[in-house]
Write a protein that binds this ligand. Structure first.
Ligand code: AMP
Length: 625
């Protein structure tokens, strides 16, 4: 197992031939992977009543015996940790050898014991989920942890019945998850930017090729900097303050003082602020609507721009810590080759933008920022266990990459076995009028239909509505030397652009790639037919649409017999297309193709008349001006 033992939440990942993956369902009934690092003891402190989500859910009821944030006290004396203690609701005292202890009931509980309870729960739940006992783990710690803190973490593992095979730094784990170092040929300096809910850490690491191809022991921490009171929570508070200030002005009352609102309303406001923040990571604006009771309803729109104005100073605090880390490492921003992003708050576009400007490189955001540390720990575990020998770390792409087209086909932009780095560009358009959002579905695989391929990611491009066929959508695929894929799309008439970065395409086992290749051969004929039928459906429907439009435009200008002939051709094509859309098996693609040809031939004269008419209309129109 790889374990990300966090201050607020912990996470387990494991690794097999097809690479590391997070273990879901350990967090609770909802299938969540996150286990809150929270433990509730009995009143006298002798036994444990709950660990994880259960313990957190009732922490308000049992504040004096529910322990949170034990990680802040690991291996430290109560005196050293004094600054952190002010925020904790329970009592901390100095124990033996000047180490902090939680005073619970009659007992003094060590932070190691609390962490051991969390690790023990993770071990049990992971063993149950995997159906076999898990005994060994790689556990991550912050880069700034000293020897005593690392030793305390190791002890916690032992208490939990786990052999901690290795303790690795969180930033190193995050880099490993991206495969950084796995193929390092030259020394490289990277930054890991970790902005979570409550804390911020930035680390500068040097990766040196180890020569043995494992790339695991060669991450050297050059410097770290951070702020234990900087995180997404601050943003939530800023939004709450803004709402209270503005609502206070609107309703002529002071809402910002404690007691002006019941605690439940405050708590609800904070959750609401967080969801607004999260929405603004994807959308340009969010509607705020807060019912403050007694008929007071506050409503306003918060745009991304206003939001960015609000959090600007907060982002700058993180950036100034980056400057500190660089200074301590004796480096300039330009010497950083990559920036790996960790922590939920790195999803905020402004954060990404500032990191990009500051370091002058595109930050790595392909993996889920909440799980990269656990994934990297599992990857390291696999190396230590000797599992990942079969993992494919090729300089060529093992599978083709492309996008889904109208009708569900798969258009390959970069075909398999191409060497990396690789680049490809292709232009697409729409087949529906007035489409304002174009979804781009990025896929990997060898099959012909999107549904049979592996989905890597999806993004949408908002464009001004235009008639079908008008937008010129240029899609670019760029795979860098690490197998990280950047996809960008530009609608050239409007200049609108959007981009996405997706997970490295390596990490598949040789068997998996072989299987996918074999399947593509086995299904080749069927797949081709299906792809052809899917395209025929889309194009057939477009033919029908254009023809009907032309009939409408020409109106009474065509004689009844000719009109009936066209309607018959439409009817024939339409029934074939509708039938194919319901179930493609047994459909004769040639028949649909023939019906399209027939309709197009029959309607040539109609289209001529229609075009002539629209030209006349245009001419008449311009004559008036
Ligand atoms: P972590 O400590 O890494 O789990 O990060 C949790 C923080 O990330 C919380 O403050 C969340 O509100 C924040 N967060 C999670 N998803 C998003 C998102 N899409 N946009 C902005 N913040 C987010």
């Amino acid at each position: 197992m790889g374990i990300d033992l966090g201050t607020t939440n912990s996470l387990v990942a494991w690794c097999d031939e097809s690479g590391p993956r997070v273990l879901h369902g350990v967090g609770g009934d909802d299938g969540s992977a996150l286990v809150p690092s929270v433990v509730r003891f009995s009143e006298d402190g002798s036994t444990v009543e709950a660990v994880g989500a259960e313990a957190r859910a009732h922490s308000v009821e049992f504040p004096s015996r529910t322990v949170t944030s034990a990680k802040r006290l690991m291996g430290r004396s109560a005196r050293d940790a004094a600054a952190d203690l002010a925020f904790l609701p329970y009592t901390v005292v100095e124990g033996e050898h000047e180490t902090a202890r939680f005073a619970i009931g009659d007992r003094l509980v060590s932070p190691q014991e609390v962490s051991a309870r969390v690790l023990g729960a993770l071990r049990e739940r992971a063993s149950a989920a995997l159906g076999r006992p898990v005994r060994k783990a790689v556990v991550t710690v912050p880069a700034y942890f000293d020897d005593a803190q690392r030793q305390a973490t190791r002890d916690a593992g032992r208490l939990a019945g786990l052999e901690v095979v290795r303790i690795i730094n969180e930033p190193t784990a995050a880099s490993l998850a991206y495969g950084v170092g796995a193929r390092a040929k030259d020394e490289e300096t990277i930054a890991v930017f970790d902005l979570g809910g409550g804390t911020f850490d930035v680390s500068i690491l040097t990766v040196t090729p180890s020569g043995d191809g494992l790339g695991a022991d060669c991450f050297e921490v050059r410097s770290t900097a951070g702020d234990t009171r900087l995180g997404g929570d601050d943003v939530d508070h800023a939004i709450v303050s803004m709402i209270l200030r503005e609502a206070g002005e609107e309703f002529g009352m002071d809402l910002s003082t404690d007691g002006a609102l019941p605690p439940a309303t405050r708590q609800a406001l904070k959750l609401f602020a967080e969801s607004t923040k999260i929405r603004l990571s994807d959308e340009e604006s969010a509607l705020l609507r807060v019912d403050l009771g007694e008929g007071r309803v506050f409503e306003r729109t918060l745009t991304r721009g206003e939001f960015e104005g609000l959090i600007g100073p907060w982002v700058e605090r993180a950036m100034s810590r980056c400057a500190d880390a660089l200074r301590d490492a004796g480096l300039s921003a330009g010497e950083i080759g990559r920036v790996v992003m960790v922590g939920g708050s790195t999803r905020i576009p402004l954060v990404r933008e500032r990191v990009r400007q500051f370091f002058g490189v595109e930050p790595y955001v392909a993996l889920d920022p909440d799980t990269v540390v656990a994934l990297g720990a599992a990857a390291q575990g696999a190396v230590l266990a000797g599992y990942d020998k079969g993992t494919l770390l090729l300089d060529v792409l093992p599978l083709s990459l492309g996008v889904e087209t109208m009708g569900g086909g798969f258009a390959k932009l970069i075909v398999r076995n191409q060497t990396t780095p690789a680049r490809a560009v292709e232009t697409f358009t729409t087949s529906v009028d007035g489409q304002a959002r174009i979804a781009i579905n990025v896929l990997q695989g060898e099959r012909e239909m999107a549904a049979d391929c592996r989905k890597l990611g999806e993004f949408t491009l908002s464009v001004p509505p235009m008639p079908a066929g008008m937008p010129r959508l240029e899609v670019e695929f760029l795979v860098d030397a690490n197998g990280v894929l950047n996809v960008s799309a530009v609608e050239q008439r409007s200049g609108k652009r959007a981009a996405i970065q997706v997970a490295p395409t390596h990490g598949l086992s040789r068997e998996e790639v072989d299987r996918l290749e074999r399947e593509s051969f086995e299904h080749a004929r069927d797949d081709m037919t299906r792809h052809r039928i899917a395209d025929l459906i889309v194009n057939g429907r477009l033919d029908i649409k254009w023809t009907r439009l032309a009939i409408e435009r020409v109106g009474e200008g065509i004689e009844g017999a000719y009109r009936a002939e066209i309607e018959a051709a439409i009817g024939k094509l339409e029934s074939l297309v509708d039938r194919a859309a319901q179930d493609w098996s047994g459909v004769d693609a040639d028949a649909i193709s023939a019906a399209r040809d027939a309709l197009n031939q029959t309607s040539v004269r109609l289209h001529e008349v229609s075009i002539a008419r629209s030209l006349r209309e245009d001419g008449a129109g311009s004559g008036e001006h």
